[in-house]
Design a protein around this ligand. Structure first.
Ligand SMILES: NC(=O)C1=CN([C@@H]2O[C@H](COP(=O)(O)OP(=O)(O)OC[C@H]3O[C@@H](n4cnc5c(N)ncnc54)[C@H](OP(=O)(O)O)[C@@H]3O)[C@@H](O)[C@H]2O)[C@@H](O)CC1
Ligand SMILES: [K+]
Length: 506
């Protein structure tokens, strides 16, 4: 991503919040045309980085201010010696405000947007600037514009989208009818939610954020509650090992193993909990699975735990301060009871996989126990588990579904996927963007649950632990590279953690 993180910040805005930032800036005395001039200037610079003066550039402008940014870019590029051809979707007479001013200042003729005409000139274009629709898109695209977008997507051209690929909803990342598939997207001030939520993220190509003179102080008033999941979000809550500390100050995680033939998931999780800094990790195994676990474990400790009474007994050790249950544990009424015991124990608890599915028929029973729990709780559902626990949220976009799930359950919810959303019951949310495709492999989720449990054992607050866990998991997956299997993730945490220690910005 082409950005200076200090300048760009990690806040993710809705189009409405961006509109508010714009209004506050204009109220503070920066004229709208100045903002548009800078926005169009960033677009022109992106084109100039891509090709030389003399190249042919097609600018597709829409009827609003997104189109206005396109007109500014066209003027700047024309003045710099590029051959610009501008098309307008809509009536010239309906152009208003800043977009109208930018149109009037254009030294280039503007043609009405005829999809066939544009398609005929596409092959000769070095760059197509997509300035059709941005933040103001409020309904699905259809008709001639949809036909045009289809032609642009099929052509082998380099598309730079202004603010958002046209057709992508800036708040949800949804495709509204159809959407431009850009190679690069140039947005302004702060990234928007739709840049990071799928499928929007896939349509954006490379992301660039340019500053246009909006004072970041406006964010104090806007108070955005969604963030990119970067180290900025959680690094200050991460307790780095101190020389005068010892393993007990770094917490003791308890990971529950399934039976003899399903014990691998818990071992993956336990190893990851230890690798990410928990002082001690104990695997609690049913008697049938003690031998198989003993044959595999070295630094992770092992304790036999027989039935629910065994869980009660192991929890008598007050040093065990975080627990994970679910991976390979089995879906059953007994699992529900085991979860109930953990939630009543005051420990930080991570519920994953079978621990979630066991509550499919009575999710409200789980939520009421979570609300009574004295310790923090993190739920880590993938799409299927999410639908089982929160069927009433079907059809919602991922961010609002995750937020509602957190509010309904009282837990921090990690709604997994290529665009994992971490949501807290108070509405704060983070969207993760560093997971490589090859991280979606058997056992990967078990490792993630273990990492989060290990960070909770180190007494990180739940939202920060979950966010850091998701980020570490993605970074380790990238470090391990293609061909990765779940066993590779925990070892790959070492260089990632080393980089974080050296450079807390990651
Ligand atoms: N905020 C800022 O700080 C800054 C913002 N800037 C720029 O402004 C952009 C936002 O501008 P915007 O609000 O004018 O909206 P925009 O995306 O141009 O679309 C609105 C037009 O589209 C139309 N329309 C909508 N849906 C449609 C559909 N499906 N099919 C057909 N038509 C449809 C709608 O028409 P109507 O509903 O009236 O029929 C209206 O005419 C933003 O993305 C950024 O690029 C920069 O200049 C820097 C400062
Ligand atoms: K656009």
């Amino acid at each position: 991503m082409d950005e200076n993180p200090q300048e760009t910040g990690s806040e993710l805005l809705t189009p409405e919040e961006m509109g508010e930032a714009d209004r506050l800036t204009v109220d503070a005395g920066v004229p709208g045309p100045v903002l548009m001039e800078r926005a169009g200037g960033h677009v022109a610079e992106a084109v100039m980085r891509r090709c030389r003066a003399g190249s042919k550039i097609l600018i597709l402008s829409g009827p609003g201010n997104n189109g206005g940014d396109g007109f500014v870019a066209a003027r700047v590029l024309h003045e710099a010696g590029y051959r610009c051809q501008v098309f307008l979707a809509g009536e010239v007479d309906r152009l208003a405000g800043d977009a109208r001013l930018a149109f009037d200042a254009l030294p280039v003729a503007v043609s009405p947007l005829d999809p066939d005409l544009v398609a005929s000139v596409l092959p000769g274009a070095a760059v197509v600037v997509d300035a059709l629709f941005g933040a103001g898109l409020d309904r699905p695209l259809d008709g001639a514009v949809a036909q045009l977008i289809d032609a642009v997507n099929k052509a082998d051209v380099f598309v730079i989208s202004v603010d958002l690929p046209s057709g992508i909803n800036g708040e949800t990342g949804a495709v509204m009818g159809c959407a431009v598939e850009a190679k690069e997207t140039v947005t302004f001030f702060r990234f928007k939610l739709g840049h990071f939520l799928l499928p929007g993220r896939l349509a954006c190509g490379r992301l660039v954020c340019g500053q246009i003179g909006i004072d970041p102080a406006v964010l104090d008033k806007i108070a955005p509650s969604a963030f990119r999941n970067t180290p900025y979000l959680w690094r200050s809550a991460w307790p780095q090992p101190a020389l005068d500390g010892h393993k007990f100050t770094r917490g003791h995680a308890l990971v529950f193993s399934g039976g003899m033939t399903t014990s691998g998931a818990a071992r993956l999780a336990a190893g990851a909990a230890l690798r990410c800094g928990a002082g001690l990790v104990t695997l609690a195994a049913p008697p049938s699975a003690v031998m198989v676990n003993a044959a595999h474990l070295t630094a992770v400790m092992l304790t036999p735990v027989a039935g629910l009474a065994g869980i009660e007994a192991v929890l008598e050790d007050p040093r065990l301060n975080a627990a994970l249950i679910g991976p390979g544990y089995g879906v059953s009424p007994e699992t529900r009871q085991a979860v109930g015991i953990l939630l009543g124990s005051g420990r930080a608890v991570v519920l994953d996989a079978d621990a979630l599915t066991s509550f499919e028929t009575e999710p409200q029973a789980l939520f009421s126990r979570i609300r009574q729990a004295a310790g923090p709780v993190v739920l880590t559902p993938h799409g299927g588990e999410f639908r089982r626990l929160f069927p009433h949220l079907a059809g919602r976009d991922k961010l609002s579904a995750a937020r509602a799930a957190a509010a309904d359950s009282g837990a921090v919810v990690v709604y997994k996927g290529a665009d994992t959303v971490i949501a807290s019951p108070d509405g704060t949310a983070a969207i993760n963007g560093n997971a490589p495709a090859w991280l979606a492999t058997a056992g990967s989720g078990d490792v993630l649950a273990g990492i989060i449990c290990g960070l909770l054992a180190q007494r990180m607050p739940a939202f920060q632990a979950a966010s850091m866990g998701v980020w570490l998991h993605g970074a380790a997956g990238s470090a391990a590279g293609p061909g990765l299997i779940a066993e590779d993730i925990a070892p790959a945490l070492r260089p990632v953690l080393a980089r974080l220690v050296e450079n807390p910005e990651g």
